[in-house]
Design a protein around this ligand. Structure first.
Ligand code: TYD
Ligand code: MG
Length: 481
């Protein structure tokens, strides 16, 4: 009998190796190689059926194409993330940790769309139909006409979906449980996930149905299976949240039809996911305004201003190398900020452990958070409590200069709405934001007393003065000289 040749495929990058090895040479992932039988892969199949190509027409860039039609989901927070609704014929991949609420979100979306008369199909590869039905019943969605099936064969799914009225929305929960007959490997392996995704994407493009794929994530937060699936689909979103909080954030990582920096905020309740129209109020809830080390950052998530509290704890270290730990922020940005504070603000942090936390489990990637983080650090070091009604924003450069950031008026408007009365902001935002493109109805910057600063040293001096005027003068003087 002829020996069946197998190959070993890295489950994180899809590289092929002839024999097993502990580490993938392509992506350096450990223990990611899985033996897979050779299959008539997509390339091989195409080669066998190869025919002579036909000539197709090429078009110019200046042709007129109508804007992509949109299908509203009925959940404003989700529509915000998709950039104004699902695009027919597109494929959206939603990743997230187990138990975060992906299935709950999608059954709610399905029900909302079915109630508006769209044909909606929910294919569950993980749960039995009865389980999905039970969840829908608990959520009070039983009356919605969602067509349900527990199936894992992609060929059967595509054949069934191609039958009858084209569905507007198809949910596949999850792509890792689907398997295609064109590949011999077990479900969940790279070849299978890739093959199944390809078949479903082809179905979406041909039929015009919008397909949502649920993807599992690995320990480090990547969508399991080959990265190539992320490249194949039109949009990728991740559903995030942490166990200790009830809110969930749907964050866009890729979107061929809209912006990628929008977030949708939901709250997990006993009755399913509820949209949160005003995230700032949620993130600032339970704020303890009289402890040092907390600064409120007026941030932006896409076109929406979001206020979050940045908390810092700076304490003398007993270790040779002090600890630096960050939650919700970039650790290298913290190192940079600490270096700037030491070099240009004469703040001595070298012998201190530093912990920085973005309250509420939010993740911040905006450089505009630098000033708020710096204020929280200095406040914790000096013991000076920052005023309860003050917000901060501004980017800190390596020279210690505080640089203007976009959308100052939107940030200030949101702060004002939430009861904040003053802001520390970079100098120059007035000129820069006079023509703010995203300014929906530009607030006058003078509406709120602004402390305009040009250099980080000014902010440090302000905080040190605050500390001196209240308490612990000796500590303040010792820390900031
Ligand atoms: P689920 O949607 O099954 O998560 P995923 O598909 O991402 O794995 O969500 C399950 C979690 O959500 C579970 O821990 C219970 C919680 N939950 C609620 O708190 N309220 C609800 O109404 C529902 C349906 C679930
Ligand atoms: Mg699920």
């Amino acid at each position: 009998m002829a020996k069946v040749r197998t190959s070993f495929i890295c489950q994180s990058c899809g590289a092929v190796a002839p024999r097993w090895q502990g580490k993938c040479e392509a992506c350096n992932a450990w223990n990611s190689l899985v033996e897979e039988a050779p299959s008539a892969g997509i390339g091989a199949l195409a080669a066998r059926n190869a025919r002579k190509g036909r000539i197709f027409a090429l078009e110019g860039l200046n042709g007129s194409s109508p804007p992509a039609p949109r299908l509203l989901s009925g959940m404003a927070e989700l529509d915000r993330v998709t950039g104004g609704g699902f695009v027919p014929g597109s494929v959206l991949l939603i990743g997230g940790e187990p138990g975060i609420g992906k299935s709950t979100l999608l059954i709610q979306v399905c029900a909302a769309m079915a109630r508006r008369g769209e044909r909606v199909v929910y294919i569950s590869g993980e749960e039995a139909a009865a389980q999905v039905r039970l969840r829908a019943e608990r959520l009070g969605l039983s009356d919605a006409h969602v067509e349900l099936a527990a199936e894992t064969s992609v060929e059967d799914v595509v054949t069934t979906l191609s039958h009858g009225r084209t569905p507007s929305l198809v949910v596949i929960d999850s792509i890792q449980t689907m398997w295609t007959e064109t590949a011999d490997s077990t479900p969940g392996t790279v070849t299978q996930v890739r093959g199944a995704a390809q078949a479903l994407i082809r179905f979406a493009k041909l039929s015009g149905a919008c397909v949502i794929l649920v993807g599992h994530v690995t320990k480090d937060g990547q969508i399991a299976g080959p990265r190539v699936v992320e490249h194949m689909v039109d949009a990728v979103a991740s559903f995030e949240g942490d166990g200790s909080h009830h809110f969930r954030i749907l964050r866009n990582a890729k979107n061929r039809f809209g912006p990628t920096d929008e977030i949708g905020v939901f709250e997990m309740t006993g009755g399913g996911l509820v949209e949160v129209a005003n995230p700032s109020a949620l993130f600032l809830a339970g704020r303890d305004g009289c402890a040092p080390g907390a600064a409120v950052f007026a941030g932006m998530e896409g076109t929406r201003p979001v206020l979050v509290e940045i908390q810092a704890l700076v304490a003398p270290s007993a270790l040779g190398t002090p600890r630096r730990a960050v939650v919700g922020w970039d650790p290298s940005r913290l190192s940079m900020l600490v270096a700037v504070l030491e070099a240009h603000g004469r703040v001595k942090l070298g012998q201190h452990d530093i912990y920085l936390n973005v309250a509420g489990g939010m993740k911040i990637s905006e450089p505009a958070a630098d000033l708020a983080a710096a204020a929280a650090l200095v406040s914790s070091l000096t013991g000076a409590v920052l005023p309860h009604d003050m917000v901060f924003f501004g980017e800190v450069g390596l020279s210690g200069a505080v640089r203007p950031v976009p959308h100052a008026n939107l940030r200030l408007k949101e702060a004002k709405k939430l009861g904040f009365a003053r802001a520390v902001a970079p100098q120059g935002i007035k000129d820069q934001n006079s023509g703010d493109k995203a300014g929906l109805s530009p607030a006058r910057l003078d509406d709120m007393p602004l402390r305009s600063i040009r250099h980080i040293g000014e902010a440090i001096a302000d905080i040190a003065a605050l500390g001196r005027s209240v308490a612990a003068p000796s500590k303040t003087r010792a820390a900031v000289s």
